[in-house]
Design a protein around this ligand. Structure first.
Ligand code: MRU
Length: 337
């Protein structure tokens, strides 16, 4: 994996040898972004299968079930993690061969998830790029590029595709407090794609949306409920509200693996609350920003109600309201493939 905590200062590849290390990497955000942690979790199970000393298939299956529970606990909001683990476990439970075939089947399914992710992202990018006009200025939140997926990306993948197709785009990159995925990671990716951008503080988004100089807002999602409410990086809700108030379309780009039809609405999505030190650790002029004993709250995600979303870009096309029925149809299209 690329250690995303170090970018853009350092590009460092790190290796993992067992599923506990992978769990820790997901928890500590060495790897982050919903599709990326989905594939990472799947490969975590592949490592669990490779490193296991189980002597028969049933014993290995038991170990895999236990490992899946541990990996799942790393981060609760992005449903892709549970989804990837579930996919691998379904293949494992159905494997009829011997111990070695089980190991091979688990690794093969993890690899399939990774390969499909790239293809799905590129399909979403083509659908989404049609929503972008030549000359658009776009506000983008968090990092949803190739770093957040296996490759290519979701919302940033759409912007990248529009640029590749020759449309002139300018990106206003929300810095995305507290972990600065926008300023650190999205800006780093945009440099490589040679897409013009400027970083803005998260609290400047409303100013720019009111200025008349922004045509669209794009963001990704970590878990979308059946009605289209979506949990995404903290700050997305305020961004979507301000876009809506200024009649600027706000699009959410999610693969169908991010859609959780078991949850009727977004208030049921578990929201991860991370260490307050992520908020308090910031320095200003070389000193900590907050008083020594300050406390902080650090929800990592918020829920944007579906009424604020102008369209949902999936690998099966752009889903429009009414979301309830149309999202279900988009998800079913993937499960039939
Ligand atoms: O906490 P992170 O950095 O894993 O959060 C990531 C996001 O919120 C992204 O917007 C989301 O995963 C969709 S991107 C592919």
């Amino acid at each position: 994996m690329i250690d995303q905590r170090l970018l853009p200062a350092e590009y460092k590849l790190v290796d993992f040898h067992d599923y506990l290390q992978v769990t820790q990497a997901i928890q500590q955000m060495v790897v982050r972004g919903a599709p990326a942690i989905g594939a990472s979790g799947a490969f975590g199970l592949a490592l669990a299968a490779q490193t296991s000393r189980a002597v028969d298939k049933n014993a290995l299956l038991q170990e895999l079930r236990a490992a899946a529970e541990v990996i799942k606990s790393a981060r609760p909001t992005a449903v892709n993690l549970t989804w990837g683990l579930k996919r691998v476990m379904e293949v494992a439970e159905q494997e009829r061969g011997d111990l070695e075939s089980l190991r091979t089947a688990v690794l093969a399914e993890a690899q399939r998830i990774a390969d499909e992710d790239v293809e799905i992202n590129q399909r979403m990018a083509r659908y989404g790029a049609a929503l972008i006009s030549d000359g658009d200025t776009i506000i983008h939140h968090c990092n949803t590029g190739s770093l957040a997926a296996v490759d290519w990306g979701t919302a940033l993948g759409v912007i990248r595709m529009a640029h590749k197709l020759g449309k002139r785009v300018h990106v206003l990159v929300d810095e995305t407090r507290p972990r600065l995925q926008g300023a650190r990671l999205t800006a780093w990716e945009l440099e490589q794609y040679q897409i013009p951008y400027e970083i803005i503080t998260d609290n400047a988004a409303g100013y720019f949306l009111r200025s008349g100089g922004v045509q669209k807002v794009f963001f990704g999602g970590d878990r979308m409920a059946a009605n289209g409410d979506v949990a995404n990086k903290i700050g997305t809700y305020m961004l979507a509200l301000a876009a809506n108030d200024n009649q600027i379309p706000a699009y959410c780009v999610v693969p169908t693996s991010t859609i959780d039809l078991s949850l009727p609405h977004g208030d049921l999505i578990p929201i991860e609350e991370r260490d307050p030190d992520e908020v308090l650790g910031l320095q200003f002029a070389g000193y900590p920003v907050a008083p020594e004993n300050a406390k902080a709250r650090n929800p990592a995600f918020d829920v944007t109600p579906h009424r604020l979303i102008s369209g949902i870009v999936t690998e099966n096309g752009v889903v429009e309201p009414p979301y309830e029925s149309n999202l279900r149809a988009a998800v079913e299209m993937s499960s039939k493939k």
